[in-house]
Design a protein around this ligand. Structure first.
Ligand SMILES: [Zn+2]
Length: 234
C-alpha cells in the first residue's frame, strides 16, 4: 500500500508539471508523456546500482585527473531547459572544497544537490530530496560527508554559537565519538557517524522509504577525502 494518498501525488505532479516540465509527470506516472525523451532515456532503464556506479566512475575520473566535463556545454543547456531528469541526488556539506558536479565529473541536469553545513537532513532538506527523487526521478540518494568538516568539529566542540549557526550544528549527530576535535581520526569517525545518522533520518521519510521498497532508489553514505579527491562509500 502506498502511504501517499492519490490526491497528494496528483498535486505534486501538477506542481512539477507547472514549474519543471511534463517529463516529471512521466517519471512519477511511468507513462510515455515526456517533454524531453532524450534526457530521460539516459536513466530510465538503468537501475539505482548502475547509476551509483556511474556516479562513482565520475569521481574516479576526477581523482585520476581525467575529467570528461560532459554535459557542461550549451547543447546540454538547451537540452535540459526542456526538462530535467537528474540521475542522482546528493546531500552534501556547504564546504567550498566539496562541489559535487566537479568531484563527480557531472554536468547540467545530472545531479540534484542540497548543500548545507554538516550535510544535515533538516525537514526542508528532506522535502527537497523527496522532490528530487519522487518527482524528478533521481535513483541514487547520497549523503556525502568530508574530511576536515568544520561543522562536525563545531559539534564536537559544543558550546554557544552566534546567530543561527547553532541551529545547524545541533542537527549534527556524532554518535558515540567523544574525543576532542584536535584528533583528525576522531573527526573522521564523527563525520562518518553523522553521515550514518543523516541517512537514518532520510529513511524515516515515507516517500523515500517507499521508493526504496519499490527498488527505485538506493540511499548511500559516502566520505570525501579532501587531499586525494577520492569519494569512498561507507
Ligand atoms: Zn563540512
Amino acid at each position: 500500500m502506498s502511504p501517499i494518498p492519490p490526491i497528494d501525488r496528483r498535486q505534486l505532479i501538477q506542481y512539477g508539471g507547472a514549474f519543471l516540465g511534463t517529463s516529471l509527470m512521466a517519471t512519477v506516472l511511468g507513462n510515455q508523456i515526456v517533454s524531453n525523451p532524450k534526457v530521460q532515456a539516459q536513466t530510465i532503464n538503468q537501475t539505482p546500482q548502475e547509476l551509483l556506479n556511474q556516479l562513482m566512475e565520475g569521481n574516479g575520473r576526477f581523482s585520476e585527473q581525467r575529467r570528461l566535463k560532459a554535459n557542461q556545454d550549451f547543447n546540454r543547456l538547451t537540452e535540459v531547459a526542456q526538462g530535467q531528469n537528474p540521475f542522482a541526488a546528493i546531500l552534501s556539506c556547504a564546504d567550498s572544497r566539496v562541489p559535487p558536479e566537479i568531484i563527480f565529473d557531472q554536468g547540467l541536469g545530472d545531479l540534484f544537490i542540497c548543500r548545507i553545513a554538516g550535510n544535515v537532513a533538516t525537514p526542508q532538506e528532506v522535502g527537497s530530496l523527496e522532490f528530487g527523487t519522487l518527482v524528478l526521478g533521481a535513483k541514487v540518494l547520497m549523503v556525502l560527508g568530508h574530511q576536515g568538516c568544520g561543522a562536525v568539529k563545531a559539534a564536537m566542540d559544543g558550546g554557544e554559537l552566534p546567530g543561527q549557526i547553532g541551529s545547524v550544528i545541533k542537527k549534527i549527530d556524532i554518535g558515540s565519538v567523544t574525543d576532542d576535535n584536535s584528533n583528525a581520526a576522531s573527526v573522521t569517525m564523527a563525520t562518518k557517524a553523522n553521515v550514518e545518522h543523516q541517512m537514518a533520518v532520510l529513511k524515516q521519510s515515507s516517500v523515500l522509504s517507499e521508493l526504496m521498497a519499490e527498488e527505485k532508489l538506493t540511499i548511500v553514505g559516502a566520505y570525501y577525502n579532501l587531499g586525494s579527491g577520492i569519494v569512498t562509500l561507507l
